[in-house]
Write a protein that binds this ligand. Structure first.
Ligand code: PGA
Ligand code: ZN
Length: 426
């Protein structure tokens, strides 16, 4: 029996920062209900689709999402009732037409995405398939290599680190479970090391530590020490990845970057990164340059593009048009994929396909404001992206995704953990 949509409804729930967000339910004629929760960013890209907030200061400081919910229950639900929930493209395009704007300002990207994902979930349940298999087909067998953010800085933490995320990439293992174990043991050794140095071990938004240090090198050295203490080999088994979120320290008037108390020109910032890459086992830098600084992106790609992954997040915002511009202008070599940056499953899938066809890698990512929803774990396997970024190994909204991935690893016959394939030189 076709999974026909009977009703769509939504409610206001809280995200991991305690701010309201949208949860959507898609009820089918056959009685099955699928639901999905929408995440929310803090270092949000300027060109992301609109996250609709009420602006009514008397509720949640204006962050309520009742307008988005009203749009779902009144406008979207009536447009989708009676449709086949497995016609994802049709559903998403119908919503885009109903919205009629470039940035989803009419209905809200949070409203559209919640419905898009809830329909996929309901349909998957209805066909009795796990989400990854429903979305990716029988050939979904490639697990993602996690990039785990174990030191938080930037706008995700109340410390002086300019760089937002210091991640470990446990690639030198033959299973996801071993990689997660290595990450967990490193995390705990990092905690010990920070404590021994009189530093705080409370965690930031993505579950990484937020020590009161300001030096990028110092943060990296703490992590390297922790990897060794845990009995693993830096570079060979576990490498480092950074998300600089450079739009946050870019001065667009002067075209300079303010980092570690210095004001650097574009090429000086790239030299700073080059030195780091020379000195430390860094395999990936995300948002090394600001979202508007295409020129800076060209410089960093020329200098480092054949050595490491250069991931575009704020610069691309999971938007095919911006990815296309980046590819044409030789900016970056990988794309961060966030469903709520673009606001529908179909457009996200198109962005991934387009990137892969042009030789760009993709990293499926959470947001700093997350929920218990594990959609992105299944999604990364379905799309065979090979990479996921979903925080540290603490805070359940982060760990839920890793736990789901380990479940998928158990379930899939001879699932492939591609870490050693991706980083052969190490
Ligand atoms: P955000 O951060 O969710 O706060 O935007 C994540 C990232 O920059 O990758
Ligand atoms: Zn980022």
């Amino acid at each position: 029996m076709k999974p026909i949509i009977k009703n769509i409804y939504a409610m206001e729930i809280l995200d991991s920062r305690g701010n309201p967000t949208v949860k959507v339910f898609c009820e089918l004629e056959n009685g099955i209900i699928g639901s999905a929760c929408v995440p929310s960013g803090a270092s949000t890209g300027k060109y992301e689709a609109l996250e609709l907030r009420d602006g009514d200061k008397s509720r949640f400081f204006g962050k309520g999402v009742l307008k988005a919910i009203k749009n779902i229950e009144e406008k979207i639900a009536s447009a989708l009732k009676g449709m086949d929930a497995s016609s994802q493209r049709e559903i998403d395009i119908r919503m885009l037409e109903l919205d009629g704007t470039e940035d989803k300002t009419e209905l809200g990207a949070n409203a559209i995405l919640g419905v898009s994902l809830a329909c996929a979930r309901a349909s998957a349940h209805s066909y009795g398939l796990p989400l990854y298999k429903y979305l990716g087909g029988l050939n979904s067998y490639i697990l993602p290599v996690p990039m785990l953010n174990i030191i938080n800085g930037g706008v995700h933490a109340d410390n002086p680190l300019d760089i937002q995320e210091f991640m470990i990439v446990p690639h030198g293992f033959d299973s996801l479970k071993k990689a997660i174990r290595a990450a967990s043991e490193t995390f705990h050794n990092l905690k010990k090391t920070l404590k021994e140095n009189g530093l705080s071990v409370s965690v930031g938004d993505e579950g990484g530590f937020a020590p009161n240090i300001s030096s990028t090198e110092k943060a990296i050295e703490f992590i390297l020490k922790a990897i060794e203490k845990a009995g693993y080999k830096p570079e060979e088994e576990i490498s480092i990845a950074l998300d600089c979120a450079a739009s946050e320290f870019y001065d667009d008037k002067n075209g300079t970057y303010k980092i570690e108390g210095k004001e650097l020109k574009k090429d000086e910032l790239v030299s700073f990164y080059e030195e780091l890459v020379k000195k430390y086992p860094i395999v990936s830098i995300e948002d090394g340059m600001a979202e508007e600084d295409w020129e800076g992106w060209k410089i960093i790609t020329q200098k480092l593009g054949d050595k490491i992954m250069l991931v575009g997040d704020d610069v691309f915002v999971t938007n095919k048009k911006r990815i296309e511009k980046g590819i044409k202008e030789n900016c970056a070599n990988a794309v961060l994929i966030k469903l709520n940056q673009i606001g529908s499953l179909t457009e996200t899938q198109e962005a991934i396909d387009f990137s892969h066809r042009n030789g760009y890698r993709t990293v499926v990512s959470h947001r700093s404001g997350e929920t218990e929803d594990t959609f992105i774990a299944d999604f990364s396997v379905a799309m065979g992206t090979g990479f996921i970024k979903t925080g540290s190994v603490s805070r359940s909204e982060r760990v839920a995704k890793y736990n789901r991935l380990m479940e998928i690893e158990n379930e899939v016959f001879k699932a492939v953990y591609p870490g050693k394939l991706f980083f052969k030189s190490h």
